[in-house]
Design a protein. Structure first.
Length: 91
């Protein structure tokens, strides 16, 4: 089930955490993951974090939450705004 997840720049979104995915047809389970999604009206923004270590997934999810709260759209940035900004082109 998804839960509400707020980002100060993107507003209310959804977070889906799957810490122990069920094994697929091959018998191997997919790695644990978390997906964050926001619909801003003009953009559909999705962040997916996958952890290769099932044992550590629970210890890193709070850090992924922190990263997800910092996402912004490029048109949200002020002209000349400084700081560490990673700009991704539209997909």
């Amino acid at each position: 089930d998804t839960e509400e997840f707020r980002n100060p720049y993107l507003g209310a979104g959804e977070k889906l955490v799957v810490p122990l995915p069920q094994p697929g047809p091959s018998g191997q389970a997919a790695p644990p993951f978390a997906t964050y999604t926001w619909d801003t009206g003009t953009h559909l923004i999705t962040l997916q974090a996958v952890c290769g270590d099932r044992e550590r997934f629970g210890t890193v999810i709070s850090a992924v939450d922190e990263i997800a709260r910092t996402l912004r759209t490029a048109d949200d940035l002020a002209i000349g705004e400084a700081g560490p900004v990673l700009r991704l082109p539209p997909a």
